[in-house]
Design a protein around this ligand. Structure first.
Ligand code: GTP
Ligand code: MG
Length: 370
């Protein structure tokens, strides 16, 4: 538990500190009794004594948790649902995302230019919905691999002229594994060969049974190309969101997930982040993965400079020292020094892990040759 000195470690093993110091020397580590011992060395030495050591690494998520105070229930307010779109190749995901995005721009800011920031928001009857622009598969796999859960609802696009295909099934499995409710958008109903009932029929095999067939899955027939059924689809998104009772605390310490990031020639590292709790503001010190920085500027999906962003809002931020990875969690720190230290620690750990992997690979190669 926590960092340990050489002396404390020796006591734990019922050995003399001098003996441990000698062992450390063999490992190439010069240490005194009051020095902190690193966990790798601890494990190695413990194993020499036939002791199996369970090292509780102070994972960085703990560092975040220490900063994240429990939300006061009174501070919780409804937040917009975050939606991803998934489906088989060519079934119309991009067309649907674009159609929804355009419907909003035309409706709210005539002539407004949507900027591609990897996510956007639409307003339906005064309520907002956040769409992640990344292909659903990526959003699920890379982000979930990092432990980030960003999606509240997934829209499964199935072309009515093609039916259920391998990636349709894959998408269903992803959503189910993440416990994310599915709304089925049966697309391309404008096509003469469209057969929406066949799609409904096929999906029953995967546990997606339409409400009118006695199940609880919402199906909406749409044509992304002709922009038909989109309003109904968005209404259904809000309906399903209501069942989830999605809430966040705008007063909490801001935290969320990096959706995508890149190096911009003029602006330096820019990252689209989804604020999941709290309110992110220009000037905040943000730690994201193995980088940190002070938010210099924030831009929303309409390309507009904004000063703050509340829960479920996607924003592009400038000011990070380096480009973070999609799926990295971010959190706001009060203190720049603490932010720098955490980033340093994570960077070191990442390096150590890389070195270990390399070492292991080399050993494996060696064995293979023998
Ligand atoms: P990938 O990104 O390659 O997986 O494909 P996608 O799912 O994003 O499909 P995309 O939106 O690129 O659409 C594929 C093709 O289907 C394009 O030629 C679209 O114009 C067409 N398409 C999409 N929606 C509709 C629709 O509602 N009706 C008709 N007739 N065609 C559509
Ligand atoms: Mg596409």
């Amino acid at each position: 538990e926590g960092p340990m000195t050489v002396g404390e470690f020796a006591k734990l093993l019922h050995r003399e500190a001098s003996e441990i110091i000698k062992k450390l020397l063999f490992l190439g580590v010069m240490a005194t009794i009051n020095q902190e011992i690193d966990t790798d060395a601890m494990e190695l030495i413990a194993s020499e004594y036939g002791v199996e050591l369970v090292v509780k690494e102070p994972v960085d998520e703990e560092a975040i948790d220490m900063l994240v105070e429990a939300d006061n229930p009174e501070d919780l307010v409804a937040r917009p649902p975050v939606v991803t779109i998934m489906g088989h190749v060519d079934h119309g995901k991009t067309t649907l995302l674009d159609a929804i995005r355009k419907s909003r721009v035309v409706a709210t800011e005539a002539g407004g230019i949507t900027q591609h920031i990897g996510a956007y928001q639409v307003e339906v009857g005064g309520r907002k919905i956040t769409f992640l622009d990344t292909p659903g598969h990526e959003a699920f796999t890379t982000m979930r691999a990092r432990g980030a859960q960003v999606t509240d609802i997934t829209i499964l696009v199935v072309a009515a002229d093609d039916g259920v295909m391998p990636q349709t099934v894959e998408a269903i499995n992803h959503a189910k594994a993440a416990n994310v409710p599915i709304i089925v958008a049966v697309n391309k109903i404008d096509k003469p060969e469209a057969n929406p009932d066949r799609v409904k029929q096929e999906l029953t095999q995967y546990g997606l049974v339409a409400e009118e067939w006695g199940g609880d899955t919402v199906f909406v027939n749409i044509s992304a190309l002709k922009k038909e059924g989109l309003d109904q689809l968005l209404e259904m998104v809000l309906l399903v969101a209501d069942l989830q009772d999605l809430k966040a605390n705008p007063k909490a310490r801001p935290r969320g997930t990096v959706i995508e990031a890149k190096l911009d020639r003029g602006r330096g590292p820019v990252a689209t982040v989804l604020v999941q709790n709290g309110t992110l503001r220009v000037g905040d010190i943000v730690v994201a993965g193995t980088t940190y920085g002070r938010v210099r500027a924030m831009t929303n999906d309409l390309g507009k400079r904004i000063k703050e962003a509340g829960p479920s809002t996607p924003v592009e931020i400038q000011g990070l020292g380096e480009v973070p990875s999609a799926g990295d969690l971010f959190v706001v720190y009060d203190d720049e020094r603490a932010a720098r230290q955490l980033v340093q620690k994570r960077t070191n750990r990442e390096k150590a892990e890389q070195m270990q992997t390399t070492a292991r690979v080399t050993l494996d190669d060696l064995y293979r040759q023998i």
